[in-house]
Design a protein around this ligand. Structure first.
Ligand code: SAJ
Length: 426
């Protein structure tokens, strides 16, 4: 089968490579010329374990080629970004998706399958994509098979999850669903769940919204714990021993390109009926300010001058700093102007990030842990030897607290901030 994938990012590229390494002829299309050159030379432009090895295999076998233009094929997969629009409800910007569909319509032939993998607002396939194909004179479900098949992979584990996760195949008609199922059964070993395009769209959005809402509940619990002077982390641990309870982990906010983006697509489609989703978003977006203000309070109490931020990515063990609450908190501390702020993050290469841990912590009063990288879980007393005062505010609950004894604060005991004894000024 010949497959054209449009968009060679975090989802489109691994998907294209997967098909190519399962004996399909794949053409990857992207608008970025430099990316196309790199890929054809066997190099990937993004960090994802195992991807470059798989790309090399695909290029060498002759099954994968990247190029700028779309050409005729049996199936087309659209995996382009869908950012939030800058409107009151941050609705779904369909520009890239609709442009991609418009670019493939001229080469469509009867019998082709068109798959949208991009995360889209509910009803987009039916209400926006279908008309574009029909306008070209095709009948959906008879001439062309149109499917929404959302991806559900976790950055860092994409290759494994692409193959083994269950996958929703949402066809506009049942013939469309069958066509989509045939294509993904080439490499997917998880269950292929058949559905309609609209239900598939909403399911994908609700999966990420479910997590966002549950994280908001955990973050609200942190604030309750602070007010009532009860350890929220202990409460979560105990509550989760109930067989039907799974409170998520609180943190400095929710980042990334999924949980912090997708709920708005539902809200924008139906603002009147989504107070819970909207409140959850508001709680999660309030967390950077919460952490910032508690950091300030602690610095005042310990008479601190320097803060060392540990981790600025949106989550642990990735290199992605886009939409990162950690970055937002760091920026607030820098803008505040009251402190010297140094940043340490072994996963990110930027001029403003100190590569040497000892230098980053030299004369520091506080380690502010904002990301759960593995490297931070094994820090020792010796590692902190250059610090002036060894206070730790750990928003991810991963720092080995015994290293700093009673100078350790987490989101669980943040209420005890008010009881830390004031250190006299020097
Ligand atoms: N976070 C918390 N507390 C938690 C879990 C996560 O504060 O208990 C924060 C993280 O620190 C991070 C953000 O939430 O800032 C999102 O991280 P994540 O690991 O939960 O999710 P993503 O955005 O990397 O990937 C998600 C996944 N969705 C679900 O698990 C439901 C993935 O399967 C999706 O494919 C992906 O979104 C997507 O593309 O939609």
């Amino acid at each position: 089968m010949k497959i054209v994938t449009i968009g060679l990012g975090y989802i489109g590229l691994p998907t294209a490579i997967m098909f190519a390494n399962h004996n399909q002829e794949v053409i990857g299309v992207d608008v970025k010329e430099d990316v196309i050159k790199m890929l054809n030379n066997g190099h990937v432009h993004l960090e994802e374990p195992g991807l470059e090895t798989e790309l090399k295999k695909a290029v060498q076998s002759g099954n994968f080629k990247a190029q700028l233009n779309v050409e005729p094929a049996d199936a087309f997969i659209v995996a382009v970004p869908t950012p939030n629009k800058d409107d009151p409800y941050k609705s779904c910007d369909l520009t890239y998706v609709l442009d991609a569909v418009k670019s493939l319509v001229p080469v469509l032939e009867k019998g082709n399958t068109v798959i949208i993998e991009s995360t889209i607002a509910p009803r987009t396939t039916e209400d926006f994509v279908k008309p574009l194909i029909e306008e070209a004179g095709f009948e959906i479900g008879k001439d062309i098979f149109l499917v929404h098949c959302p991806e559900r992979v976790l950055p860092g584990k994409i290759l494994h999850e692409l193959k083994y996760n269950n996958r929703i195949i949402g066809g506009v008609t049942s013939a469309c669903t069958e066509a989509g199922k045939k294509i993904y059964s080439i490499f997917v070993e998880g269950e292929l769940i058949t559905s309609s395009a609209s239900a598939a769209e909403l399911s994908k959005l609700m999966e990420n919204t479910y997590r966002d809402v549950n994280i908001a509940l955990a973050n609200e619990l942190v604030k309750i714990g602070e007010d009532l002077d009860i350890d929220a982390l202990e409460v979560i641990e105990m509550a989760n021993k109930h067989p039907r309870v799974n409170i998520h982990s609180p943190g400095p906010g929710v980042g990334g390109h999924c949980l912090a983006v997708d709920p708005y697509f539902i809200v924008a489609s139906t603002p009147e009926t989504t107070p819970l989703i909207q409140t959850a978003r508001a709680i999660n977006t309030s967390m950077p300010d919460f952490v910032f203000s508690r950091t300030k309070r602690l610095m005042e109490q310990i008479n601190g001058k320097k803060i060392t931020v540990l981790g600025v990515t949106y989550k642990g063990n990735v290199d992605d700093i886009r939409e990162s609450p950690a970055l937002e908190i760091t920026q607030k501390l820098v803008d505040d102007g009251s402190y010297e702020v140094s940043v340490f993050d072994p996963h990110v290469n930027q001029s403003w990030i100190e590569k040497d841990f000892k230098k980053a912590t030299l004369d520091s009063d506080l380690l502010l842990v904002l990301t759960d990288h593995n490297e931070f879980k094994t820090l020792t007393e010796e590692d902190l030897s250059e610090m002036k005062q060894t206070y730790v505010l750990d928003t991810k609950h991963i720092f080995p607290s015994h290293v700093v004894k009673n100078h350790y604060l987490s989101l669980g005991n943040i209420g005890s901030l008010s009881r830390i004894e004031r250190v006299p000024s020097f």
